[in-house]
Write a protein that binds this ligand. Structure first.
Ligand code: XMP
Length: 247
């Protein structure tokens, strides 16, 4: 199962860092070369790699990204596709099938689409194949508050949208939730809903202003870090510094 895979890698490397491999290069060759060299240098300092459209669009899923996913697996690390699935069930299923066929171990989804004919087929497919599904519960960017903080009615008293997303994630038995590190208090509130049942993944460290220490203290299990590491003068040193927070 995905949760076991990331747990094992995290323990082995004593790291909670999910590396966001968001490279921007002028050519496909450079993108591939830089991806392989960063992975080689950082593989023992991280617990997973997250890929986004930065690589999928220029390289293609089966032409280029599949090779990178294979390389990630050679180090015993899981690969997460940050595709934020957001469509009707039949389309979601095609998206998920293709990413899983390319070797991904988990993918991100938007909980706003709901369960029946939305996320249900994705969760069934994932869990049948030992793969993971991670819901985006509260995003890290500034505009997130416009909708994630809206009060909604769900039978009882009004509650913020992100709390309902967390409650639903628990009910749907997802494998992780994303909560931005830029909102440490929200991490604490969501941790209260999830307890130890579902781990929190926090992006937004460094460039977006989130603090790794604070996120972990409030209840995040994993830190998603991209530019702070990959654009650092010395990515190894930067990853080592963040890894020290493993506890
Ligand atoms: P940086 O460079 O800011 O990259 O460390 C973060 C990576 O994570 C993605 N990201 C998010 N993904 N919910 C998500 O599911 C979020 O709130 C969120 N914030 C950032 C971002 O696209 C990049 O790949």
């Amino acid at each position: 199962m995905f949760k076991d895979k990331i747990g094992k890698a995290s323990e082995k490397n004593r790291s909670r860092i999910v590396l966001a491999l968001d490279l921007v290069e002028a050519s496909r060759e450079k993108l591939l070369r830089k991806s392989f060299s960063l992975l080689e240098n950082l593989s023992n300092l991280i617990c997973a790699v997250k890929i986004n459209r930065h690589l999928v669009l220029p390289l293609g899923l089966f032409d280029g990204v599949k090779k990178i996913v294979g390389f990630i697996h050679r180090f015993g690390l899981p690969a997460i596709m940050d595709c934020k699935i957001n469509d009707i069930g039949s389309t979601n299923l095609i998206i998920a099938k293709n990413y899983f066929r390319a070797g991904f171990d988990a993918l991100t989804v938007n909980p706003i689409i709901g369960f029946e004919d939305g996320l249900k087929p994705v969760l069934s497919l994932a869990h049948k194949n030992g793969k993971g599904v991670i819901t985006v519960v509260y995003m890290s960017h500034k505009g997130a508050k416009e909708f994630y903080e809206r009060k909604v009615l769900d039978g009882g008293k009004p509650k913020p949208q992100y709390i309902l997303f967390a409650e639903k994630s628990l009910r749907w038995k997802v494998d992780g939730v994303v909560v931005g590190a830029t909102k440490p208090r929200k991490i604490g509130e969501i941790k209260k809903v999830l307890g130890e049942k579902i781990p929190i993944y926090s992006p937004g460290i460094g460039v977006q202003g989130g603090k790794a220490e604070k996120a972990l203290k409030m209840g995040s299990s994993f830190l998603i870090v991209g530019r702070k590491i990959i654009n650092a003068k010395n990515p190894i040193k930067e990853a080592e510094r963040i890894r020290m927070l493993y506890g």
